[in-house]
Design a binder for this molecule. Structure first.
Ligand code: ARG
Length: 461
């Protein structure tokens, strides 16, 4: 049991907290990641209290200097966190009073831990959204560079994981780039709702002191103040929204991972991953396992789990603050760490993928990937598409039975099905002809892909 005089809130209590309950309710082991933001928020609050003459100017000054000293010590790793003091906020406040004496006790005027923690979490999240956005942009640039080297590298495009039509590798990479653009936009949009100041809501109803919330918002870089005190201290929808955007991002990176794993297998052999992103097997000497993409595919699961945790955490809470909300931190912290680590790995790995154009080409040539081009050819000769589709299906069957590609059939073979097929058909049956024909915006023709790459490059100039 702790000595009840340690407590910042125990005036009305007649017995000390049970030791187990103390440990059970404490959050300092994980919410200390908020420390820097907590101090920044407190400095702004004290500045405002001083300027509004709610506390004496010299008290505000002493508080600010005390907090700055604590910040230095925390950054240097010279701060001892105490579980008895429950959370990051009370650890810092108690240390402040320990350092500067009675004046420290004025800091919490007109404020509650409820608006304090909501402010800290928003500042923490804002900081990490900005980091993640930088990492996304770095990864986008890596993709664009790689894509620009592969505007003519032909590979099979798949549907149902069956060879469908030829595409160029650069086009596939730019599809990944597009996914990231939407992830980026979602995070930017979410940031706007994160960046609203709760402080001033106090416990739930606001405060009787003549505070200046807009001043605090300015000092802390918030775009606006929260309009309703009850809502400000209670809702964690901004964290849920971030987790949803993070889940979508991880879902995308997991899909890429799945493709990288397939492509790096000897059966596909489309790419080689840099050795430093793979590991060997302790028993099978020939193995080079794509651990990093596999782990990313796995880590998507825990980010989705964090989203579910936060949604479930929020759904039963009446207004305003409830202690349930302390549970928002671990999933949020874990999600941020997972997303940042994943982007660090991908930011380095993706630009260093080694493509294997020969194997890609061979796979595209094997799978009747130009069958649609043949059907389109017949349509251009005036045949309805459905009939063309049927005829080409029969020709594919013929080629398959002889173990040939469509381009290896003789003109006489084609004439078994349609005499509208002429010598010029062989041009459209080539892989190059097939991709070049899709030259509209969004298509896979090298020209169209080059244009997409140039549009993307402009964003980074
Ligand atoms: N550690 C708490 C949290 O994370 C801080 C707010 C506590 N407020 C309270 N009234 N007990 O939510």
């Amino acid at each position: 049991m702790s000595d009840s005089t340690d407590r910042l809130w125990d005036g009305r209590f007649t017995e000390a907290t049970d030791a187990f309950v103390e440990a059970f309710t404490a959050s300092v082991s994980f919410d200390q990641v908020l420390a820097i933001f907590d101090i920044e928020g407190s400095i702004a609050h004290a500045t405002m209290l001083g300027r509004c003459s709610i506390i004496p100017a010299d008290t505000a000054k002493a508080i600010i200097e005390g907090l700055e000293g604590i910040r230095e010590d925390i950054k240097a790793g010279n701060f001892t966190w105490s579980e008895q003091l429950e959370d990051v906020h009370m650890n810092i406040e108690a240390e402040l009073t320990h350092r500067i004496g009675e004046q420290g006790k004025a800091l919490h005027t007109g404020r509650s831990r409820n608006d304090q923690v909501a402010t800290d979490v928003r500042m923490y999240l804002r900081f990490h959204i900005d980091q993640i956005l930088d990492q996304i942009r770095h990864l986008q640039q890596g993709l664009i560079n790689l894509a620009s080297q592969h505007t003519h590298t032909i590979m099979p495009g798949f549907t149902h994981l069956q060879v469908a039509q030829p595409v160029v590798f650069g086009h596939h990479l730019m599809a990944w780039y597009e996914m990231l653009c939407r992830d980026e936009a979602r995070l930017q949009d979410c940031r706007r709702r994160v960046n609203i100041l709760p402080l001033g809501a106090a416990a739930l109803a606001g405060t009787s002191f003549p505070i200046d919330r807009n001043l605090v918002a300015d000092l802390l870089g918030f775009d606006d103040i929260a309009d309703n005190s009850l809502d400000a201290v209670s809702d964690r929808d901004f964290a849920i929204e971030f987790s949803a955007a993070a889940s979508l991002l991880m879902m995308h990176l997991s899909r890429w991972s799945e493709e990288l794993i397939l492509w790096a297998s000897p059966q596909f052999d489309f790419i080689a991953l840099p050795d430093r992103f793979c590991t060997g097997s302790s028993i099978m000497p020939q193995k080079k396992n794509p651990d990093v993409p596999e782990l990313v595919r796995g880590k998507a699961a825990r980010v989705f789990g964090g989203l579910m945790t936060l949604l479930t955490l929020m759904k039963g809470q009446p207004l305003a603050y409830n202690k349930d909300n302390q549970e928002d931190k671990e999933p949020l912290i874990d999600t941020i760490r997972t997303v940042e680590n994943t982007l660090t790995a991908f930011g380095d790995m993706i630009p260093n993928i080694e493509a294997k154009p020969q194997a890609m080409r061979l796979a595209a040539a094997k799978g009747f990937a130009t069958a649609t081009d043949l059907a389109d050819y017949l349509v251009r000769q005036g045949m309805p598409f459905r009939d063309a589709h049927h005829i080409v299906g029969r020709l594919v069957g013929l080629a398959e039975s002889r173990n040939l590609d469509l381009s290896e059939l003789k003109l006489s073979d084609f004439h078994q099905e349609s005499d509208q097929i002429k010598e010029d058909v062989y041009q459209i049956l080539t892989l190059e002809g097939s991709v070049a024909a899709r030259a509209h915006p969004g298509g896979t023709a090298p020209k169209a892909v080059q244009a997409a790459i140039e549009r993307a490059q402009k964003r980074f100039r």
